[in-house]
Design a protein around this ligand. Structure first.
Ligand SMILES: Cc1ncc(COP(=O)(O)O)c(C=O)c1O
Length: 448
């Protein structure tokens, strides 16, 4: 903890209090409200209700946390024996249920099994197929080169930690995903957090670093912020990174395949793809598979390939995924119709809920964040329960995923939801509003 505070540049008390981000870091160190006594056995905490989502764990909950669902993804799911409309999976373009891709995957399993190739990319796990796939990704993303990782999470960790060394500084948007926070910890660098999407805050950090600058600077942000669906102010971030001679990494997990008519992501949406130093996307969302990709100049990608510990010391991406993802990339490239349908669905859902008086984030991405009145956990849980009784499956998002005081339902409208499913969902929200007599005008402090 103390070593963390030393690395948090400007980590004086006032500054810490200021930053919700610091809470995220504290939670990383302390994991909730568990108080550690001296001489306590390592496992004693496991009997407590501390740690992340501790009260849910202590109650062996399978309703609000870890709900047990039918494994086949789609617009419906089975929960506790009941068919429900599914609003909680990141299947933006509806590719999870694409029969052609599924049939191709079966063929690839027959050809390769699950073992191929054996070994890491450095030793025995590199193939021309991996290289070809990476080149197609680079071409699509308008970068010189790309490198794939087995998980998006590992890709963020590996990319950030390989690039940032002792004298360098990471300047991170305080609402960035945990993978970026962890990437920061894994790196050797110092770090500063700027207020969410606040360009004055970003600039003041860059100025201070430049006063007695020793190393490089990496600005780190999500493209589409995955919980609330708002976008990083990339044009202004690019201006600042150029003004202060920094580099920019964007984790566009929720924009990749989704944003811009080409699906190239949030930077393409803003017309600044060529100004992004390292673009990152995951295959776990619009691509409906698993894995991640970093794309940048060739020399940068070569460096990452040789230095990202999450890549160098791990088995390479299985052939089945390489082949299927390459096929999926073609569907994504030609997916303008799917994206249009997804946006149509998102607009219908958002406007339906707004008309009912719900507090919905007004954001350009399809993510539909419905804020729980007054950020009240009990009301949030009650709404979830009532909606599920009516066959609508939503999940709640709370601290430490979002800052303390915010509770929201993060709904993902996909290209495959039908108008009937959306209408039924809006009606269910209406009946829950009326049954619980919800005071929807009670805003949360931090709502967009
Ligand atoms: C913004 C962001 N980055 C990274 C990740 C991790 O990606 P993956 O699930 O592919 O490991 C996620 C997943 O939730 C995410 O939302």
């Amino acid at each position: 903890m103390i070593s963390f505070l030393r690395r948090l540049e400007g980590g004086d008390e006032e500054n810490e209090r200021d930053y919700l981000f610091a809470e995220q870091v504290f939670s990383f160190c302390q994991r909730g409200n568990f108080k550690r006594e001296r001489d306590m056995d390592l496992f004693e905490k496991c009997d407590s209700d501390g740690g992340y989502f501790g009260p849910f764990r202590a109650q062996d909950d399978f309703f609000f946390s870890r709900p047990i669902l039918d494994p086949i993804p789609g617009t419906t799911t089975i929960f506790e024996g009941k068919k429900c409309i599914q609003w909680s999976i990141n299947n933006y373009l509806g590719l999870a249920e694409n029969e052609e891709i599924k049939a191709f995957a079966v063929k690839m399993v027959e050809k390769y099994g699950l073992s191929a190739p054996m070994g890491s990319r450095m030793m025995t796990g590199n193939t021309k197929y991996h290289r070809e796939f990476e080149q197609s990704l680079a071409d699509y993303l308008e970068k010189e080169a790309a490198v794939v990782f087995n998980y998006g999470y590992l890709g963020v960790l590996g990319t950030m930690s390989s690039l940032v060394e002792k004298n360098d500084t990471i300047v991170i948007d305080k609402l960035s995903h945990a993978s970026m926070v962890d990437g920061m910890f894994l790196s050797q660098g110092k770090f500063r957090a700027y207020k969410h999407n606040d360009m004055d805050s970003l600039e003041s950090h860059l100025k201070r670093i430049n006063r007695d600058r020793k190393g490089g600077i990496l600005i780190v942000t999500e493209g589409v912020f995955g919980m609330r669906g708002d976008l990083a102010d990339l044009p202004n971030i690019c201006d600042l990174k150029e003004k202060y001679d920094a580099r920019l990494f964007i984790d566009d997990a929720h924009g990749f395949g989704v944003m811009h008519e080409t699906g190239k992501g949030t930077a393409a949406y803003f017309g600044v793809q060529d100004r992004i130093d390292v673009y990152f996307g995951t295959f776990a969302k619009a691509f409906a598979a698993i894995g991640g990709v970093s794309a940048a100049d060739k020399k940068v990608i070569d460096w990452i390939k040789y230095n990202a510990r999450t890549q160098v010391f791990a088995k390479s991406m299985p052939m089945v995924y390489v082949e299927v993802l390459k096929r999926t990339l073609e569907v994504i490239k030609n997916g303008a119709d799917r994206r249009e349908k997804m946006y149509e669905n998102a607009n219908m859902l958002k406007s339906g809920l707004l008309n009912l008086g719900y507090n919905v984030g007004r954001v350009p991405s399809p993510i539909t964040a419905v804020y729980v009145p007054a950020g009240d956990l009990n009301i949030g849980m009650l709404i979830i329960k009532k909606l599920r009784e009516q066959g609508i499956f939503i999940t709640g998002v709370m601290y430490p995923v979002v800052p303390k005081g915010i509770i929201l339902f993060r709904m993902i409208p996909t290209a495959s939801h039908s108008k009937e499913e959306i209408q039924k969902t809006i009606e269910a929200f209406k009946s829950v509003r009326d049954e619980l007599n919800l005071r929807l005008d009670t805003l949360q402090a931090a709502v967009l």
